[in-house]
Design a protein around this ligand. Structure first.
Ligand code: NAD
Ligand code: IPM
Ligand code: MN
Length: 359
């Protein structure tokens, strides 16, 4: 297959982890006889420095034309002045909106080899396999914003149509899993959450084979720690999803491990690890590349329909998590490059098996 992939390395550790993910995609292409063409563009702080804008028109046009987009991270202290007129994060939000990628899939799995890194007791981490579906193009992130000298507002708005489409996606995904959806809201306080909850209940009637439960976000933050094994698909609005998934990453052992896929109606998609630019470790060659590499696997699965190839990457990553080497965030001493090399070696084996199966 031929595919055109735009890469947006961005800021901080973004370029380091994106380069690792591209190396893995190159290896997949070689093993399975695909042709992936990569085109790199700027986003975030580096784009502000170069052009004054966090999402230059050339980057956006390239992303719209691509089969898929692979992003590293944006932001950092250099651009974080609360009074700055323009911010790196605006570029990412504008990109998500322009691509219409309203469903952000963030899978959480806990590997036994890393269970001791979690703040939880090992027995609670057995069988943790959660798919968060975070609404990505609505809510407080995109509502009107105002600021005067002593007052600021962020409007939080949702329409029924916005809730329906992401919730339907969550139910469809649950059908392929353990058929259990937990919808998280703050319906005891927020009007948007009451609209969310009644819409979810109505959509659920289309999926009688899937069990639905509603959970308030504050108690969900607690339950995620006390009973992580009981959740299957968790669907929630933009801001709650952002916060709960960083919390979930602590169960896996590091923020550096979690991938994401942002999907809309078409085949195209935006793929990025859930972590940020990690300014505290940027430029040192020690960032964990596994979240970015697993995001590349999601790209193959969701945008290119290459399930075997995606599974081969995931198996290779699982091997490296089990046997090492590990970066510092998960208790090891290895650098990004050493971990990448180990993934490539493990991929040789898994890809050969899968390619033989496909022939
Ligand atoms: P962060 O995710 O960048 O870092 C939080 C902590 O996790 C840090 O200690 C960091 O070293 C660690 N970490 C993150 N990724 C890692 C990796 N791959 N390997 C090892 N350790 C890793 O969050 P933050 O410090 O709150 O934010 C920094 C900047 O990143 C901010 O400007 C923020 O807006 C931006 N951000 C961007 C994205 C994105 O581009 N999608 C996501 C989150 C935050
Ligand atoms: C994420 C990040 C972004 C978000 C920021 C950088 C806009 O935290 O992808 O999780 O809040 O969505
Ligand atoms: Mn986040």
């Amino acid at each position: 297959m031929r595919a055109h992939i735009v890469t947006l390395p961005g800021d901080g550790v973004g370029p380091e982890v994106t380069a690792a993910a591209v190396s893995v995609l190159d290896a997949v292409a070689a093993h399975f006889d695909h042709h992936f063409h990569f085109e790199e563009h700027q986003i975030g702080g580096c784009a502000i420095d170069a052009t004054g804008e966090p999402l230059p028109a050339a980057s956006l046009e390239a992303c719209k034309a691509a089969d898929a987009v692979l992003l590293g991270a944006v932001g950092g202290p250099k651009w974080s002045d609360p009074n700055a007129p323009v911010r790196p994060e605006q570029g990412l939000l504008a990109l998500r909106a322009a691509l219409g990628v309203y469903a952000n899939l963030r899978p959480l799995q806990v590997h036994e080899a890393l269970a001791e890194l979690s703040p939880l007791k090992n027995e609670k981490l057995k069988n943790v396999d959660v798919l968060f579906v975070r609404e990505l193009t609505g809510g407080a992130y995109f509502g009107a914003k105002t600021r005067t000298i002593d007052t600021a507002t962020d409007e939080c708005k949702y329409t029924v149509a916005e809730v329906e489409r992401v919730v339907r996606r969550a139910f469809q995904l649950a059908r392929e899993r353990r058929k259990h959806v937990t919808s998280v809201d703050k319906a005891n306080v927020l009007e948007t959450s009451r609209l969310w909850r009644s819409t979810v209940t109505r959509v659920a009637a289309e999926f009688p084979d899937v069990k639905l439960e509603h959970q308030l976000v504050d108690s969900m933050a607690m339950l995620l720690l006390t009973q992580p094994g009981r959740y299957d698909v968790v669907v929630t609005e933009n801001l709650f999803g952002d916060i709960l998934t960083d919390e979930a990453a602590a169960l896996a052992g590091s923020l550096g491990l979690l991938p994401s896929a942002s999907l809309g109606e078409g085949k195209g998609g935006l793929y990025e690890p859930i972590h940020g630019s990690a300014p505290d470790i940027a430029g040192q060659g020690v960032a964990n590349p596994l979240g970015a590499i697993l995001s590349a696997a999601m790209l193959l699965r969701h945008s290119l329909g290459l399930e075997q190839e995606a599974a081969a990457i995931e198996a290779a990553v699982a091997d490296v998590i089990e046997h090492g080497p590990h970066t510092r965030d998960i208790g090891g001493k290895a650098g990004t490059k050493e971990v990448l090399d180990a993934v490539l070696v493990a991929l040789d084996e898994h890809a050969c098996n899968a390619a033989a199966f496909l022939r």
